[in-house]
Design a protein around this ligand. Structure first.
Ligand SMILES: [Zn+2]
Length: 218
């Protein structure tokens, strides 16, 4: 290799980077115009560089794809998280509602019941749960409630009333599920016709039946 070739090939990296001073740059340019060997060394260097750039580009594209996949994954995780949160909150709501509402019982009373016997039942209820809310509905109230339900067909019930009222008076007791169960099993007096409660049902079925009743009434 000629001495000038050696010098030029040493300078080629700098020439490619554009870091050479003008004099050296001109030397390289003039030389590779006439020297095939140095020209081919320079061309090989250029090819290598573009190959490197390609590889870098591919690497960047790959990283971009990975990032996109990760953000898709994150979105999926967020959606799953939101759904799980909704399901959990819904379940808590159902259980809270169940414990609040399923402790209600209805105590149907015999027709000939006296005021004293009613007070007696009320105090038995208070003995089990002194915080229990008790509401009394007379036979007349029962009939009026039924009339409201049959609002479109009032005349179906027009024959009933006064002496001719087949519906019972009843008490609505709002207590806890535990106490409702206790009341159902201990309040067995002849003047009580029947005790109805929903405390034994499954919370989900309970909510479902509440929803159905509301839909029917509306
Ligand atoms: Zn040369």
């Amino acid at each position: 290799m000629k001495k000038e070739c050696e010098i030029v090939q040493d300078l080629l990296f700098g020439y490619q980077d554009g870091t050479l001073h003008t004099a050296s740059k001109e030397l390289v340019e003039k030389h590779i115009e006439t020297c095939e060997e140095c020209k081919s060394v320079y061309n090989d260097m250029k090819k290598d560089e573009s190959k490197n750039k390609d590889e870098q580009h591919q690497e960047i594209e790959y990283l971009k794809k990975v990032k996109k996949k990760m953000s898709k994954k994150n979105k999926l995780l967020i959606i799953i998280g939101v759904i799980l949160t909704i399901v959990i909150l819904l379940n808590i709501g159902i259980v809270v509602y169940y414990y609040k509402e399923a402790g209600k019982i209805e105590i149907y009373l015999e027709d000939n019941i006296t005021q004293e016997q009613i007070e007696n039942i009320k105090s038995s209820i208070s003995n089990i749960d002194e915080k229990a809310k008790i509401e009394y509905y007379s036979k007349e109230d029962s009939l009026n409630q039924m009339k409201e339900k049959f609002s479109d067909n009032q005349n179906l019930l027009s024959g009933y009333g006064g002496e001719n009222n087949p519906l019972p008076a009843f008490l609505v007791v709002d207590t806890t599920i535990e106490n409702a169960k206790k009341m159902e099993s201990t309040l067995s007096l002849p003047e009580i016709k029947k005790i109805c409660g929903t405390f034994d049902s499954n919370p989900y079925l309970f909510i479902l039946s509440e929803v159905m009743i509301n839909l029917q009434n509306n």
